[in-house]
Design a protein. Structure first.
Length: 348
């Protein structure tokens, strides 16, 4: 198991926690509910897509580590290949590439899938690899990384399920675009001083910390508003024809908008709330709920439960979510923002 946890389980299974398909799994459920795709073929395609995304995301992380061995040493960061020889590192990357290609075999006949998947691999490769190394090309670099890590995986989802509702695609892509921008810019802001010291010309270094920080907070606001619009759009088009399923869906929507309203009301009085960063590690806060817990866990699990009652084999996708997000853990449930907030309210 050691090679699996070392390479596929890169940095505490980041391949699951920061996987574009896992992060935006609700998009797949959005498609299933909108078009009533309650079939074994839809479930199988989803499972295949999840497997492919794991290998493809691993490839992106590993090629980045391979390209950054020396830079990570200068930054004092751990690197997957720091104790490996170059031939071994190349062998591992090639193996993951082959597994990625094999895992998406059911989609080989889908022209759009091939276009988006190849584009994903090309950008992921040259984002880090010299001599192109897009990550050190300022604004161009940030555009390409958001495309590779967020937009192209979303386009792959749309192509796999032949989803062509353009209003919905536009809303979802805009949300995913800003979500990806926020994530990568936060990473660059965190590494700003180290990158500047080593002459790494990232977007943050080239544009300046303060300017990029303003763009970061604008992007966070755009994320929140766009997710709200997506939920409103889903309310307008979704007709579940079951009182209990409708109750579950509207409870999810209400939960988000209540949290959103509380956040903005608190922001009027408290500058710390306006400047809150949802990417701060080990926090259980309102902004963390709005940007991570709800869109990556609460919303997809809720929609998955609705689909489970429509077509039971969706259970297998729910099981994957439970295992990937460790929702079986009592500690994780107990430390959930909603549970802690409810407990605090009941004690007061």
């Amino acid at each position: 198991m050691n090679p699996i946890t070392k390479y596929l389980g890169w940095r505490n299974w980041a391949v699951l926690n920061y996987n574009a398909v896992f992060e935006n799994l609700f998009v797949i459920f959005y498609i299933a509910l909108m078009d009533a795709r309650y079939s074994s073929q839809f479930v199988v395609n989803t499972l295949v897509l999840i497997i492919f995304s794991i290998f493809a995301t691993t490839y992106g992380y590993l090629i980045n580590d391979f390209s950054d061995i020396e830079l990570d040493r200068l930054h004092g960061k751990t690197n997957t290949f720091e104790n490996d020889t170059k031939p071994k590192a190349i062998t591992v990357i090639l193996s993951i590439t082959i597994l990625s290609i094999i895992s998406c075999y059911p989609f080989w006949g889908n022209t759009y899938f091939i276009i988006w998947a190849v584009s994903w691999f090309v950008i992921a490769t040259f984002y880090s690899l010299k001599p192109i190394r897009l990550k050190e090309r300022g604004t161009v670099g940030i555009i390409f990384v958001v495309m590779a890590q967020r937009v192209l995986p979303a386009l792959i989802i749309f192509s796999v399920f032949h989803f062509n509702h353009w209003l919905d695609i536009t809303l979802l892509l805009l949300y995913i675009l800003f979500r990806g921008f926020s994530s990568d810019v936060n990473h660059q802001l965190s590494d700003y001083h180290k990158d500047r010291a080593t002459g790494t010309t990232t977007f943050a270094v080239s544009k300046g910390y303060q300017r990029v920080a303003k763009a970061f907070y604008f992007s966070l606001n755009a994320e929140r508003i766009l997710l709200g619009l997506i939920l409103i759009r889903l309310m307008l088009i979704l007709h579940l024809q079951n009182i209990w399923l409708n109750a579950l869906f509207y409870a999810l929507v209400a939960l988000y908008f209540i949290a959103l309203a509380v956040h903005y009301l608190k922001s009027l009085k408290d500058s710390r709330e306006r400047r809150a960063n949802p990417f701060q590690p080990n926090q259980r806060s309102l902004v963390q709920f709005l940007h991570h817990a709800f869109p990556s866990v609460g919303l997809p699990v809720g929609l998955n439960l609705i689909l489970l009652f429509k077509y039971f084999p969706f259970f297998w996708i729910l099981l994957i979510q439970i295992m990937a997000k460790r929702l079986y853990s009592i500690d994780i449930i107990r430390n959930n923002f909603l549970i802690r907030t409810l407990a605090k309210f009941l004690r007061s």
